[in-house]
Design a protein around this ligand. Structure first.
Ligand code: B12
Ligand code: SF4
Ligand code: SF4
Length: 350
């Protein structure tokens, strides 16, 4: 049996757009990349140190021999208007998280298939165990561009999944993607917080995605200049991808993502302010993993920040409501935002 070809065939049948297989040793070079990144942004070492294990998958899985690397495209899904430019697209269509999604099922089914042909596969949630962009590039599935994103022919609107297996297999594809145009710096210019200032690197702690989602709540936004730079984003950021010519017209938006249209209505800034604990726990948290039940205040602070940067008079009632929020951090943010906009609404003296 040609195991590698069969795994790829099954992966594509299940909806992954790409599949390659590399040795676990192929990702060892990630260590050097991480060393370089930390040397460039020493303040990021506490954040990045935990990723060193990505370079040596055998540390966690001593029996591991290969990595099956798959790409899942989400560029066909429709983005509801009220979350466009506010919530990073990957999080809207996150098959890594959303148990009801086709992508989540695809992962389970590919695991079951490999097990059925006698291959040992690491647990179904063991996907963040290695450097996924590095692994995808090594498997020849596409190319990493100057904005750090991994691209296929369809652009960068994809996420990468990995399966750790005990069989020595190899299936390396060929990628024929063009280089970035010589003088292009559109992604760098688009980065609102100057997290991305040079090609192929970035300061993670300045990334809007860190400030609002993965590291949400670790940076005080009150009176902080970065608050303005975050703009309308509430959770994640897509600016450096949207600006890229290789992503132009790649979001076809011809399919509805199950349940998203209904849920999106509740994710506008003013609705976030009104979110009750039960809704957060049962509906929002299962989809947006970084801001869980103990981070409800961060959702509110991010929503207040978005209101501040895209102020409309109708937000006043919601901002005022937050002045009495049980959480002191929300109250402080509301006071700050209110102090900026209060005068705008006072009627001019006759
Ligand atoms: C930590 C992390 C973050 C951090 C830090 C980001 C960072 N770039 O380091 C924060 C919270 C800021 C973040 C944000 C986001 N993230 Co993130 N994040 C990760 C995570 C867990 C690790 C990244 C990492 O190792 N960083 C360390 C640096 C050194 O590595 P790197 O950025 O991957 O850069 C590599 C390339 O430069 C590569 N490289 C460069 N040239 C070459 C040449 C060759 C030949 C090779 C082999 C490699 C290579 O080497 C580096 C090491 O791999 C990965 C998942 C994973 N397990 O890998 C997801 C991941 C990178 N994130 C992802 C996404 C989508 C995002 C967001 C867009 C989410 C959002 N919408 O808000 C933002 C965008 C941030 C950005 N501009 O990169 C996707 C990217 C998909 C893609 N198509 O590229 C990943 C792969 C998750 C996934 N399952 O698909 N993220
Ligand atoms: S995701 Fe946003 S903040 Fe982060 S590097 Fe890209 S443009 Fe900058
Ligand atoms: S915007 Fe330009 S430089 Fe940046 S990744 Fe795209 S093509 Fe490359």
């Amino acid at each position: 049996m040609d195991y590698a070809a069969s795994i790829k065939e099954r992966a594509l049948q299940l909806g992954f757009s790409k599949c390659g297989i590399i040795s676990v040793d192929s990702v060892r070079g990630y260590k050097e990349k991480l060393d370089e990144r930390i040397a460039e942004f020493p303040e990021s070492s506490a954040f990045y140190n935990k990723f060193y294990s990505f370079a040596d998958v055998r540390e966690k899985f001593s029996w591991a021999r290969s990595l099956v690397v798959c790409v899942f495209d989400y560029n066909n899904y429709k983005i509801p208007e009220n979350v466009r430019g506010r919530i990073g697209a990957i999080y809207l269509f996150d098959g890594r998280r959303d148990k009801n999604s086709d992508a989540y099922q695809a992962r389970n089914e590919l695991t079951a298939y490999m097990e059925s042909i006698g291959i040992r596969v690491a647990g179904k949630d063991d996907r963040d165990v290695t450097a996924l962009r590095f692994a995808a590039e090594k498997a020849g599935l596409g190319k990493i561009r100057r904005n750090n994103f991994f691209y296929t022919e369809k652009g960068s609107w994809n996420y990468i999944d990995v399966f750790v297996i005990d069989k020595e297999l190899e299936l390396i594809e060929q990628s024929y993607l063009k280089q970035c145009p010589k003088d292009c710096d559109k992604c760098i210019l688009a980065c609102p917080t100057r997290s991305l200032t040079r090609p192929l690197t970035m300061n993670p702690l300045r990334c809007v995605s860190y400030l609002t989602a993965r590291g949400g709540g670790t940076v005080d936004l009150v009176g902080n200049p970065v608050s303005k730079e975050i703009g309308k984003w509430i959770y994640g950021c897509d600016a450096c991808q949207s600006a890229c010519p290789f992503n132009k017209n790649r979001f076809t938006e011809d399919a509805e993502y199950p349940g998203l249209a209904e849920m999106a209505g509740d994710l506008s800034p003013e609705k976030i302010i009104d979110m009750d604990d039960e809704y957060l726990l049962n509906v929002v948290f299962p989809k947006f993993r970084y801001l869980g039940p103990d981070k409800k205040w961060v959702w509110k602070v991010n929503a207040l920040n978005a209101m501040n940067n895209d102020y409309q008079k109708m937000y006043d009632a919601h901002i005022i409501k937050c002045l009495d929020d049980p959480d002191e951090r929300v109250r402080r943010m509301a006071e700050w935002v209110r102090s900026i906009h209060k005068d705008k609404n006072e009627s001019p003296s006759p």
